[in-house]
Design a binder for this molecule. Structure first.
Ligand code: IMP
Ligand code: MG
Length: 209
């Protein structure tokens, strides 16, 4: 389990999101069944996460390690609200997924920055089975990180087997495949400004008899 001896600023418990009444914008309504977390709600929660992280790390020469590709939107919003000097690097990790389930990990981009002796915050889009963050935090510890914490926009606790928990969590989501705000299905839908639920027929098309 990642740990850091630094004090933790209290952060309100992540809201459990179920559904939202927001209308799916017309341009996305072909593939998206519903909006789960509207844009404004995401922005408010990202501000809370950034405030807590800033309070904890403003004097720590923080190194933010974000995982590609799912963090692009979240990272851009989060780090611009961290009002202190920090270092950022990107790590490419791909969990070779078949359809919508987790598979084996492969590193597609290694870090450029030396993590030895650093306080590291790993940022990912969603914590699902926990395989990705378990492997990445183990790797960063082996590379010599002095302190490690994790921050995820979404937590899907129903899929977890190994007991991994993130330190900073945006929202708890139900056992559904979600897309948008950086999260993809087959590399699509990352550009949605909200988190939405994909129509089942998109990822499980009915096969003709
Ligand atoms: P884990 O290793 O099972 O925790 O999975 C983490 C990775 O799987 C995330 O970084 C995502 O890229 C991907 N993932 C898991 N659930 C979803 C989802 O509902 N939508 C899109 N990507 C997902
Ligand atoms: Mg990912």
């Amino acid at each position: 389990m990642p740990s850091s001896p630094l004090p933790r600023t209290p952060l309100s418990a992540p809201p459990h999101v179920r559904t939202s009444r927001a209308v799916v914008p017309r341009g996305h309504s072909r593939d998206i069944a519903a909006v789960l977390i509207p844009q404004l709600r995401i922005q408010r929660r990202v501000a809370e996460l950034a405030a807590a992280i800033s309070a904890d790390y403003r004097d720590q020469e923080l190194l933010v390690v974000a995982l590609l590709n799912g963090t692009v939107a979240f990272l851009a919003d989060l780090m611009r609200q961290m009002e202190f000097p920090l270092t950022m690097d990107l790590m490419g990790v791909s969990s070779y997924r078949s359809g919508t389930t987790s598979g084996d990990l492969a590193y597609t981009k290694r870090l450029k920055v030396d993590v030895r002796g650093r306080q590291v915050l790993v940022v990912d889009d969603i914590l699902d089975t926990g395989k990705t963050l378990t492997a990445v935090t183990r790797e960063l510890k082996a590379l010599g990180a002095a302190g490690l914490r994790t921050c995820v926009l979404l937590d899907k606790p129903t899929s977890r087997s190994g007991g991994f928990e993130a330190d900073y969590v945006g929202f708890v989501v139900p056992h559904l495949f979600v897309v948008g705000y950086g999260l993809d299905y087959a590399e699509k839908y990352r550009n949605l400004p909200f988190v939405g639920v994909l129509k089942k027929e998109v990822y499980a098309p009915e096969t003709p008899e």
